[in-house]
Design a protein around this ligand. Structure first.
Ligand code: AMP
Length: 612
């Protein structure tokens, strides 16, 4: 009963027409008070297409689509496809800066925007973007579209687009976390085929009630399988507006959701919310068959919790706006779901794991994953710089992810290559350290990254969400006791009650990095003020070097470096700091000869006077 997707044939206008005919009376979408059958959804999209034409939108026009999770998003997307315009789908959280850049790059001819977002009226901001970019001929707000009497419109056959399967269906944003996102052109048939492959990996069918819980402006939630994968299988898509655990849990129960996709942080929040507010979790999640977990690294704890507490199959799904998708399948045993991000969902992709010189590594070894295939981007839209760096000469997309393929097939991701911390030449991968920190007593979650440091190259910084009382010293002690190499022990550990999230609900490490840099600066300043008992200027400067290395302000003239928690690694780091500060050439022996800070200061003074 499903719609067959052909990599060489399928296009949105053809699939929309088939959905309307094949599943006519079935419910396609539920969006709070609104319920639309396939016939109604497709018919209203056609009328909306005619309305857009009247408003001046033309075939091939780039149209910025800036809407939240409502059925209007789907209708606008379909309407633009039906008239051959090209939606440029932007995240609902994008602001003037991003939209301006996107409008400039795409020379957008139209802009469809919500009037207000999270209680903020966007009229002024949208009007000012339009003023800056005169290519924007048509500006439409969601409330205008909703109140337009589109039932009076009809799409003439002559106005119906018939694109080629290789034409661009729409442009999506890359999930890049720095600066303005890159634009990814997505082809007609390839995106539909990806939706089909993902629908297959989840086992969607006509009984599916799929919850679009996360922002549908993210490609994953359109086609991974998202609402498109649900539609081609004849299921029902239910829209969650806020992505908040309260709304997700309510919809799961009320709408008897069978499948959904969550980023790990939201899955974990949903479970915590349900445990706090509901009596019987098996009842809450009774209808769930499978939860997709993707978008960022998922811990074993979350996968296990989804299996045990949401009473369903957890699916690891690894993918990116650029197109490649790996997933575990419902028949995988739990230990494989815990171990792997899955297998390639597309038989036509060519993937390689390469070293820094671009040479393939032996099977099973770690390297960067690169990929090429019908659904994988071959370029970014009008972005020469990114096209030079993110694609190989023979057209492979560089994922930037450090992975290995066990048995040449099963994907294991360790993290982003760029996230690797180089601390004095030692390489540390945040995901590995995060896993160890999460195992420490009273730790709920951890986010690790490097902070630039003039002496060490990078300092290992960890933000920790505690479950109960713990301290930086406790965590360090436990990590060392667990046998973790001492160079991997975080230099700085900060605590937070929750992590900031990006628009697509991944942990916003850039925000954390800024916060950490500020905290480290503050700590250094605090340290300068707090050594009141130390008046000697040389001793005070030396105390700051100790304090920065050991992350403690409890330093006195008679403190001993080792007794304060120093070890051979931190001693080397501290000596380097002292030598940079004083221009000396102190070595380990000097440190061990000096019983305390005061004695060490005397050695420094001697060296300084020797140099004169
Ligand atoms: P985006 O383009 O926002 O979808 O981001 C894609 C990136 O998210 C990938 O290149 C990975 O770095 C990361 N990612 C996506 N899914 C997973 C997953 N299941 N496990 C680990 N990382 C993931």
């Amino acid at each position: 009963m499903k719609i067959e997707i052909d990599l060489k044939e399928s296009t949105y206008p053809r699939i929309i027409a088939e959905m309307k005919r094949r599943f006519a009376d079935k419910t396609a979408v539920i969006d709070h008070g609104t319920k639309l059958s396939y016939f109604e959804l497709c018919e209203q999209s056609e009328r909306l297409g005619a309305y857009f034409l009247e408003k001046g939108i033309r075939p091939k026009d780039k149209v910025i689509l800036h809407l939240g999770n409502t059925h209007l998003f789907i209708k606008c997307l379909f309407a633009l496809e039906l008239i051959g315009a090209v939606p440029v789908i932007v995240f609902s959280s994008c602001r003037e800066l991003e939209i301006s850049s996107i409008a400039g790059t795409t020379e957008a001819a139209a802009y469809i925007s919500f009037r207000s977002f999270k209680g903020q009226d966007r009229t002024e901001s949208v009007l000012s973007i339009r003023k800056k970019y005169p290519t924007i001929r048509t500006l439409l707000f969601d409330d205008e579209i909703v109140s337009a009497h589109i039932s009076g419109y009809a799409l003439d056959n002559a106005d119906r687009a018939d694109p080629s399967p290789d034409d661009i269906a729409y442009i999506v944003l890359s999930g890049g976390s720095t600066g303005v996102p890159k634009l990814i052109p997505k082809k007609q048939s390839a995106t539909l085929w990806s939706a089909e492959k993902c629908a297959e990996s989840c086992g969607l069918n006509e009984t599916t009630r799929y919850l679009t819980a996360m922002p549908c402006s993210h490609y994953f939630h359109i086609c991974g399988p998202g609402f498109m994968g649900t539609f081609i299988r004849g299921g029902t898509d239910i829209m969650c507006f806020s992505s908040l655990p309260s709304e997700i849990i309510e919809l799961i129960q009320q709408e008897r959701i069978t499948e959904t996709a969550l980023v790990p942080s939201v899955a974990s929040e949903c479970i915590a919310y349900a445990e706090k507010h509901c009596d019987d979790l098996s009842e809450v999640f009774r209808s769930l068959r499978l939860v997709q977990l993707g978008g960022s690294m998922c811990t074993a704890d979350i996968i296990n919790a989804v299996a045990a507490k949401m009473h369903c199959i957890p699916q690891q799904i690894y993918g990116m706006g650029e197109g490649l998708v790996y997933a575990t399948y419902p028949d995988f045993p739990l230990d494989m779901i815990l171990k792997y991000q899955g297998i390639n969902t597309s038989e036509y992709d060519s993937v390689k794991v390469v070293d820094t010189d671009g040479n393939e590594v032996p099977t099973g070894e770690f390297g960067e994953l690169i990929a090429k295939g019908p659904n994988i981007a071959t370029e970014y839209y009008r972005n020469d710089e990114a096209n030079r760096t993110k694609f190989t000469k023979d057209g492979y997309y560089r994922t930037g992810d450090r992975v290995r393929l066990v048995d040449g097939k099963y994907l294991q991701v360790v993290g982003r290559i760029d996230d690797m911390i180089n601390r004095g030449g030692e390489k540390i991968f945040p995901a590995e350290l995060e896993m160890h920190i999460r195992k420490c007593t009273n730790v709920r979650d951890a986010a690790v990254f490097g902070i630039p440091d003039t002496q060490m190259g990078n300092l290992i910084t960890a933000f920790v969400i505690p479950e109960d009382e713990t301290s930086a010293a406790e965590i360090r002690k436990e990590l060392l006791a667990s046998g973790l190499a001492s160079f991997k022990i975080p230099d700085a550990i900060f605590f937070r009650s929750e992590f900031p999230l990006t628009s697509v609900k991944k942990i916003d490490k850039n925000a954390l990095k800024k916060e950490a840099a500020e905290l480290i600066k503050q700590t250094a300043e605090e340290m300068i003020c707090t050594f009141d008992g130390i008046s000697d200027p040389v001793m005070k400067k030396a105390a700051i070097c100790w304090a920065q290395t050991l992350r403690t302000t409890e330093i006195k003239a008679d403190s001993n470096f080792i007794e304060l928690g120093g070890n051979s690694i931190s001693a080397a780091e501290m000596l380097q700091k002292l030598n940079v500060t004083f221009g000396t050439d102190l070595n380990m022996e000097d440190l061990y000869t000096a019983a305390d800070l005061s004695a060490l200061s005397e050695i420094i003074k001697e060296r300084l006077s020797d140099d004169k």
